[in-house]
Design a binder for this molecule. Structure first.
Ligand SMILES: [Zn+2]
Ligand SMILES: [Zn+2]
Ligand SMILES: [Zn+2]
Length: 159
């Protein structure tokens, strides 16, 4: 990742003038474009700058996407030879890094029919063994029991 930041610093990515930004934006706590408060998950690190002042531009995922679009629209290199533009490649990389779907919320707790207890890793499984029993064939197994009994969660079946 270091090389990516180096790349950004060397690049002429259009950043707002830090002199016109508020203290939160200058220290990277807020998006340097839209002033949204950032968290560790949402902040896109644009690389520490030392000019014109020492500041830490960071932005939100929405703005990095907008910056990517804006760049492609006004960059001559991107129009003529898209593959040759390092700024575009860097922006795309940042967009990709920050467009991951957020981690799922707390898992629902379900009853594991195998060890007969509640578990937060229990998933609906297809029965491949006989004698396992269960209501309506709807059986849940926790991660441990799935490994032990060679059970496959229904969601992982492709057909
Ligand atoms: Zn923003
Ligand atoms: Zn470009
Ligand atoms: Zn279990």
């Amino acid at each position: 990742m270091t090389s990516l930041r180096e790349e950004l610093r060397a690049n002429t990515l259009d950043l707002p003038n830090p002199a016109r930004l508020n203290a939160d934006q200058v220290r990277g706590g807020h998006c340097c474009w839209c002033n949204t408060a950032l968290t560790a998950e949402t902040a896109v690190d644009l690389g520490e700058r030392r000019h014109p002042t020492h500041w830490f531009p960071r932005c939100c995922p929405t703005c990095i996407r907008a910056a990517d679009h804006a760049h492609v629209g006004m960059c001559e290199t991107c129009v003529e030879t898209p593959a040759a533009c390092q700024t575009a490649a860097t922006l795309k990389q940042l967009v990709r890094e920050h467009s991951r779907t957020p981690p799922p919320g707390p898992r629902p707790i379900a009853y594991c029919n195998w060890h007969r207890g509640l578990s937060d890793t229990a998933l609906l499984v297809r029965i491949t063994e006989e004698g396992s029993g269960g209501e309506n064939g709807m059986l849940y197994a926790c991660q441990n029991c799935r490994t032990q009994h060679g059970l496959t969660p229904l969601a992982e079946h492709t057909t």
